[in-house]
Design a binder for this molecule. Sequence first.
Ligand code: DAH
Length: 350
Amino acid sequence: MTTSPHDRVAEIEREGLEALAGTSDEAALDAWRVRVLGKSGTLTGVLRGLGELPPEDRKVLGAAANLAKNALEAALEERREALRRAALASVEADAIDVTLPGRPAPRGRLHPITQVRRQILDVFERLGFLVIEGPEVELDSYNFDSLRIPEHHPARDMWDTFWFDEEVDGKTPLLLRTHTSPMQVRFMETHEPPIRVAVPGRCYRYEATDATHEWMLEQVELLVIDEGVSMANLKGTLQEWARQMFGPSRKVMMRNSYFPFVEPGVEVAVDCFACPGDDPSCSVCRGSGWLELMGAGMVHRDIIEAQGYDPERYTGFAAGMGVERVAMVLLGVSDIRDFHLNDPRFLAQF
Ligand code: DAH
């Protein structure tokens, strides 16, 4: 069955409108126009064939075909406009408003302990100390024996130790250093006096933690060996360091103490920053009024001799301070454990 010319026009219009609704860009619109309304387009074909029809039919069908042509042209323009608006809207949605303020890039910062370690070392460098470093995994001979702390000596209990399982010659001599003092001996073994060194480094202790004790800590060790070094040099050096670190109003106290590698030995403390100095519930000083920052003393004669230095000619002093303790005082932090929890809210304050 052949379709009548009328049905053909209606079909072209219906199919044309449907195809138009499926177009999504300018190229598709062009292709559609060529296919339907172009020189050899479907509707143009109908209009061209009009001449072959009897005059009556020609008139009626011509009118219908022209209506269809107008409708399709109008629909084409409408579709073009709709696509243009949609394209514009999506560009606007992705657009960057260059007038908005920028998002600030988060800035990193040095860990408070790094900052304080550098401050400590700055002062000692100005005082003429050379900064050196040493191993965190140490031999028990350096960590203990050469510092006059022999095996089974009760003084070893002063430093609860993390030991390694690794055997060397049937023994297990490896440990995480409990203090930076072994670097005194390592440096003396390879150098001659005069010696003036500062040794920063991490130390580890197998012990219960509290507000002033942590199982990992940083120390700065000092060693000075020269002719005529006396307790006055020790006191003067540490007092000058404390003045430059804390300012003149912080009280510094030095009292007798015992460490096997020095004689006499002292401990150095500063007045409590967390309480008036007599609060028994104060976690920093426990009511004593003082926070210990370091141990120090005159290098033991045995150690000078063991290095082959002439003990009549050379004397020296040594000290080992806790960097976190110094940071507590400088930054007003009353719990040492906060430093290595690495809570960004805590760290962002410094
Ligand atoms: N090494 C000791 C400790 O960690 C501190 C110390 C005491 C270091 C006396 C010294 C010193 O150099 O002379 O407990």
